[in-house]
Design a protein around this ligand. Structure first.
Ligand code: ADP
Ligand code: MG
Length: 530
């Protein structure tokens, strides 16, 4: 039995052609776009060519109860990961043992230890723009949904929020305009949820900007409300750390436009290399100053104090080709600016932390006092799939056996972000055999989630593909915190904690990875099924 109604509706050739025209023009005119891959458009003069982002033609059915549950857990997940990031000794134990086998983790952790032993931290507050990713899990014997299972928790560069909001609006428009035929009566105002990921993520950044200015300059009585009415004439700004040649630039630009247009905040997009050239600290408080080369008229040079450093780069080894880049990351970490995320928050998002938290006693360590809140610990715990360490602990030895005896049930994950790093099913034994056994403990072994298949059509570079797909729901969260004074490790004061919209990513049901940027998947929206 299928979980979903027969979907999507059949169209006549005329209906399909009308739908695709409406779809494409809406995407292009609303900035639901990406820069084309050089393999698709080899020359792109002045970077002026864009193409619609890969998106499903129809919203994909998703069970309403699971959608609501995932969203309602988000502020608690925010709290959990903020607490983990603040517990230096707990995170330190994990990071130091991983450092032995994972060079990237080792270098991140070294930034923290060096800072502690040299000048210390100068920031007071941290910003998390998180995304918790889930799939609906079905049982082996029948296609009954059992609940949501967390795929991973992202603490750095959680992308696609802006495009996800726009896909929700696109699908809503296709319904309202009549481009979807009337036979699709289950697509309507009640089944298409609003998705304010763009607005809410921008609000998180803007709030952190406000928190920063109120801290460094309380006399200025800066608030977002009065700033928005004055316009962007302040000497404070937000820095987006980006990759050179980013194809998903518009997803980031939309956040910038929102910050500038709605809140009057200036945004600077800079690469690690540009940071080296155009920024410096002011001692003794390590304010981060940016001297933008475009803001010089021959006489006067504008200088901006950076309130928030928002990383859309720096999440993987590829962003650090040499020591220079690591020095730049250290330099940013040392500054007074609010980091989104700090090195510690980035480490809290490692797959290892996810695996350790999946042991109930560890989850309880951080969330035990939330027990009274509608059984939150149990509800979060219920979203965890089985995840095993690959070390020499009892659970690790069991996992090592399972990895060879029943690999088809598992995915093996290294401590990496950004897609394309995992090892699936029957490839696991061979992979492990070729890897030094000491390095196994740098991986986690995770049970495969079995999402229900639905049928949909995907538009990518103007071409239509139809087939069975599965979806992964991401829920964004925005949280601002600081360490509590005289508190225990992990005790924090929360200044802001919100659920911040959703992302549905859809991929072919027989493709293992679902990364949109990596070319396997596309952005979708939910049509909720009761
Ligand atoms: P990354 O940090 O590279 O995004 P993920 O853990 O999100 O790593 O894995 C990448 C993709 O692999 C996911 O988007 C999902 O499609 C698939 N995947 C990961 N874990 C599982 C799992 N336990 N069951 C099924 N699919 C999974
Ligand atoms: Mg992922």
């Amino acid at each position: 039995m299928s979980l979903y109604p027969s979907y999507p509706p059949n169209l006549t050739a005329e209906q399909l052609s009308y739908l695709i025209t409406s779809f494409t023009d809406y995407s292009l005119s609303h900035g639901l776009i990406v820069r084309p891959a050089p393999t698709f458009i080899p020359t792109n003069p002045s970077n002026s060519l864009a193409t619609p982002a890969p998106v499903t033609l129809w919203p994909s059915p998703f069970p309403r109860v699971h959608f609501e549950e995932a969203r309602s857990l988000q502020t608690f997940c925010n709290l959990l990961y903020a607490r983990v990031a603040s517990d230096q000794s707990w995170l330190g134990d994990l990071s130091t043992s991983l450092s032995l086998v994972d060079d990237f983790i080792s270098k991140l952790w070294a930034i923290h230890t060096r800072l502690k032993s040299e000048n210390g931290y100068h920031h007071k507050y941290s910003l998390g723009l998180f995304r918790s990713d889930y799939m609906v899990h079905t049982s082996e014997s029948e296609f009954a949904p059992l609940g949501i299972r967390q795929v991973e928790f992202n603490t750095i560069a959680s992308s696609f929020g802006a495009l996800a909001s726009k896909v929700s609006e696109l699908h809503r428009y296709l319904w309202r305009s009549g481009a979807y035929p009337p036979t699709a009566e289950y697509i309507n105002d009640l089944s298409l949820p609003r998705n304010e990921a763009l607005e809410r993520l921008a609000e998180g950044l803007a709030k952190a900007h406000e928190v920063y200015i109120q801290d460094v300059s309380p006399d200025a009585k800066y608030t977002l409300e009065n700033a928005a009415s004055v316009g962007p004439n302040s000497s404070y700004g937000i820095m987006f750390v980006i990759q050179d040649g980013e194809r998903n630039a518009f997803d980031q630009r939309w956040l910038e436009y929102h910050l500038t247009q709605k809140y009057g905040i200036r945004v600077f997009r800079v690469t690690f290399e540009e940071i080296r050239k155009y920024t410096h600290h002011v001692r003794p408080n390590y304010e981060l100053l940016f001297v933008p080369p475009h803001a010089f008229d021959g006489k006067k040079q504008q200088v901006y104090e950076i309130s928030v450093v928002y990383f859309r780069a720096g999440y993987g080894p590829g962003d650090y080709p040499g020591q220079e880049e690591w020095n730049t990351r250290y330099f940013l970490e040392e500054s007074r600016a609010i980091k989104c995320p700090t090195v510690l928050t980035q480490l809290a998002g490692s797959k290892k932390v996810q695996q350790v938290l999946a042991e109930k006693k560890n989850l309880e360590k951080f969330m035990g006092n939330e027990r009274g809140e509608d059984g939150v610990v149990e509800r979060i715990f219920d979203t965890f799939a089985a995840i095993y360490p690959m070390d020499e602990s009892e659970a690790g030895l069991k996992a090592r056996k399972l990895a060879f005896e029943e690999p088809h049930r598992f995915v093996l994950k290294p401590q990496r972000e950004g897609g394309g790093n995992n090892i699936y099913k029957d490839k696991i034994p061979e992979f492990l055999r070729e890897l030094d056994e000491e390095k196994w403990q740098g991986y986690i072994l995770m049970e495969l989630i079995r999402p229900p298949e639905v049928e949909n059509l995907v538009m990518r570079n103007g071409e239509m593909m139809q087939g069975k797909v599965v979806g992964e729901l991401g829920v964004y969260g925005a949280v601002i915190w600081k360490d509590a004074e005289d508190g225990e490790p992990g005790d924090i004061d929360i200044m802001y904690n919100e659920e911040a919209g959703v992302l549905l990513r859809t991929k072919g049901s027989n493709s293992e990875e679902g990364g949109v940027a990596a070319g396997f998947g596309c952005v979708d929206s939910c049509v909720l099924v009761d």
